[in-house]
Design a protein around this ligand. Structure first.
Ligand code: FPP
Length: 236
């Protein structure tokens, strides 16, 4: 499938990369293999979004709740992040990489790599690639409330200045349009603490496919579906 010429492209796509574990079970392989295949698909989809000239792609790689998985699985995921992030976006990419989430708790060497990728890609002028890693929507909003309270208490801000725009400017996604599409493969129909503030007017697209089986054609399908939706932003 290729997209029709008159298609309206979303500016910002957000994806909950779900179903790696179930894919592994279906294929009678360890959960790790599901994540490894998921990481390959992440790379393919990110490159494809770059080629479509999408303004921003945000992927949910690791949530604040994912620490409750087994130590082996968490360790493996951290290893995958190191490998894929280093390999996938240092070469032949014009994307700006940003990490959304709490920097605490992540291994030192991964933090150093994340910082290097953010710094090295900061002057690129292509797609913004947001990787939500140790991210939780409630934690993000709580952090914003704390920061605004501090700024107000220390006189950098007056309470009267606090409005929706100001709150948005304190989020990890400051300066970016909110996601037009939030895509969740795997058949689950939940937001799972992802971009809670930013999703206010997003179109939710749920697809019955496990993330490791997700293809660029399926992303095209999601964009076509988005074009069928009539976005009113609360108006008539
Ligand atoms: C959810 O599937 C997926 C995750 C918790 C990890 C997502 C990570 C990747 C796709 C790896 C690569 C990412 C980058 C940025 C290199 P699940 O394990 O919850 O699946 P299940 O619900 O079927 O068990």
């Amino acid at each position: 499938m290729s997209l029709p010429a008159d298609i309206r492209l979303p500016e910002h796509i957000a994806i909950i990369m779900d179903g790696n574990g179930r894919w592994a079970k279906q294929h009678h392989v360890p959960r790790q293999s599901g994540h490894a295949k998921g990481a390959e698909v992440f790379k393919t989809i990110a490159k494809y979004c770059e080629s479509l000239e999408i303004k921003a792609l945000t992927v949910y790689a690791f949530s604040t709740e994912n620490w409750s998985r087994s130590e082996t699985e968490v360790r493996y995921l951290m290893k995958l992040f190191r490998e894929y992030l280093d390999d996938a976006f240092t070469m032949d990419s014009n994307s700006r990489i940003r990490f959304l989430g709490e920097k605490s708790r992540l291994p030192e060497d991964l933090l150093a790599l994340m910082k290097k990728l953010e710094d090295d890609s900061s002057s690129n002028d292509g797609m913004v690639l947001n990787i939500a890693l140790n991210y939780g929507g409630r934690a993000e909003i709580t952090g914003v409330v704390r920061k605004i309270a501090e700024d107000a208490a220390e006189g950098r801000l007056s309470v009267g200045e606090i409005d929706e725009q100001l709150v948005s400017s304190y989020l990890y996604t400051a300066g970016l349009p909110d996601p037009d599409i939030i895509l969740r493969p795997s058949g689950e129909k939940r937001i799972s603490n992802f971009l809670l503030w930013q999703c206010a007017y997003s179109e939710f697209i749920y697809m019955d496919v496990l993330w490791p089986d997700f293809t660029t054609d399926m992303l095209d399908e999601a964009i076509v579906e988005y074009n069928k939706r009539n976005r009113r932003f609360g108006g008539r």
